[in-house]
Design a protein around this ligand. Structure first.
Ligand code: HEM
Length: 135
């Protein structure tokens, strides 16, 4: 498997474990202590699972599986895909941990901007690989 796909998929698995752990912790706190301040755990739970796990796994598999080029670097503009990986993970950390880090609004905004940048740069990478089969 390609190095970047390994990074995407390993990072997504790490977010899966972290997101499920936070979910289990929230369930326990709700059941045992009738704890009400779930916001601090809820934000990273949702961010880690929806973006860090689901979207990141999709990008890792798509990078591996989309049609390749016959000439040049076989997967085209790989730099955009690496940039998407960096931006996506920076975004998940900033948006997910924003509330815990203090200035929640600013860090979440920054995180969302990084995630949008990741979607855009991954789109730039993938666009030219999406084409009809030539047989
Ligand atoms: C891919 C898997 C998952 C996704 C995408 C996901 C997503 C979400 C979302 C979007 C919310 C917010 C719901 C709202 O705003 O009302 C939420 C809440 C919650 N999740 Fe998950 N979740 C996942 C798995 C889990 C697991 C495995 C657990 C437990 C082990 C869990 C426990 C919770 C709890 C306790 C809440 C708070 C519910 C409440 O008090 O309103 N989640 N989750």
């Amino acid at each position: 498997m390609l190095r970047l796909s390994c990074w995407f998929i390993r990072a997504s698995l790490a977010y899966l474990v972290a997101g499920f752990t936070l979910g289990a912790l929230m369930l326990t706190l709700k059941a045992v202590a009738r704890y009400r301040g779930l916001g601090l755990l809820m934000t990273p739970h949702v961010e880690f699972l929806l973006i860090g796990w689901t979207l990141q796994l999709t990008m890792g598999v798509a990078f591996w599986i989309l049609p390749r080029f016959e000439q040049g670097t076989s997967r085209g503009a790989v730099g955009y895909a690496w940039l998407a990986f960096v931006l996506l993970n920076a975004g998940v950390i900033l948006a997910g941990l924003g509330p815990a880090l203090g200035d929640a609004r600013f860090t979440r905004l920054l995180g969302r901007a990084a995630e949008a940048g990741a979607a855009f740069t991954f789109g730039l990478h993938a666009w030219r690989r999406i084409r009809r089969a030539s047989f």
